[in-house]
Design a protein around this ligand. Structure first.
Ligand SMILES: [Zn+2]
Length: 298
């Protein structure tokens, strides 16, 4: 059990990590997108009842500067912007925008993305040269198989560089033609050295994605939306898996999906706290694992 009380609200979050003796939080799953793309994504959530079968009122639909101030107030010391394209011809532009944003804000982990298209190896190489710290791939939104032949040179390169890739590949909250553990198991058979961060702990195929993290040294998981009241209502976690989650302590990273979450940021932290996996587990997940993976110093 944790000896520290979960944060009661966002204002209480710094008290929470201070009592855990942490210098703050590293959140591996935050989105900042170009204005027009951001507005489009938020409009999609306005229709959540149709898409997800549940309302999804976005908690932080604020201007960019207010969102940055909010994250700083919560004590999030490092976070990415995680752009993702839903069609060809978009990734390179998103990557340029993300590089610019990271240059302006030193706490931002420069992010980039890719899509199965002939130009992908070129703009991925450019992103690496420009100092990208993390890639984002969204299998359901992009509607492609991660094993797409056009991506072979990209995965080959990323296996060599070891650059982390946050990949949304589970079938929750929405399933797609290529979501689920099978395509990922296939990808890892071919590229066992990929430094992956499976988003949402692989929700809802938790057990199968835990297995990949247990088997492959560089496969991690992020906690995005995991254990929250919202997710538990839609896709309850099988609590017999808790010991395995405890065992994955050095491979689980805090993720939140800020700002498009239907509850306060503090609730994500409280949800992890109430798993009852203890202070050391929380310290690893909320700070140490992310700090190690991205080279973040207090
Ligand atoms: Zn996300």
């Amino acid at each position: 059990m944790s000896t520290v009380a979960p944060p009661a609200d966002d204002a209480d979050v710094p008290r929470f990590w201070r009592e855990l003796s942490l210098p703050g939080l590293v959140d591996v799953h935050v989105h900042f997108l170009p204005e027009r793309v951001q507005a489009k994504v938020w409009r999609y959530f306005a229709d959540a009842q149709t898409h997800y079968g549940a309302p999804w009122p976005i908690r932080y639909p604020l201007p960019v500067d207010e969102r940055l101030t909010l994250l700083a107030g919560l004590g999030v010391r490092a976070f990415p912007t995680l752009p993702y394209p839903h069609k060809p011809g978009m990734a390179s532009w998103l990557n340029d925008w993300s590089a610019e944003f990271a240059r302006a804000h030193p706490q931002v982990l420069q992010s980039a993305t890719f899509y199965p298209e002939p130009e992908a190896p070129v703009y991925v190489a450019e992103a690496l040269d420009a100092g990208v710290r993390v890639f984002k791939v969204h299998v359901q939104v992009g509607r492609f198989d991660p094993r797409d032949p056009l991506l072979i040179p990209v995965w080959t390169r990323l296996e060599q560089t070891g650059t982390p890739v946050v990949i949304h590949c589970g079938s929750g909250p929405l399933a797609g033609e290529h979501t689920g553990p099978a395509p990922m198991a296939g990808l890892l058979e071919r590229f066992p050295g990929l430094q992956l961060v499976i988003a949402h702990l692989g929700m809802p195929e938790y057990a199968a994605f835990f297995e990949l993290a247990e088997r492959y040294e560089r496969v991690h998981l992020d906690t995005t939306m995991f254990g929250t009241d919202f997710t538990e209502r839609l896709m309850p976690f099988d609590r017999t898996l808790l010991p395995r989650l405890a065992g994955l302590r050095n491979k689980v990273l805090l993720g939140s999906d800020f700002p498009a979450i239907p509850y306060p940021y503090a609730h994500q932290l409280a949800a992890l706290c109430r798993l009852g996996l203890g202070d050391d587990w929380l310290r690893a997940v909320l700070w140490a694992n992310g700090a190690r993976l991205f080279g973040v110093t207090p």
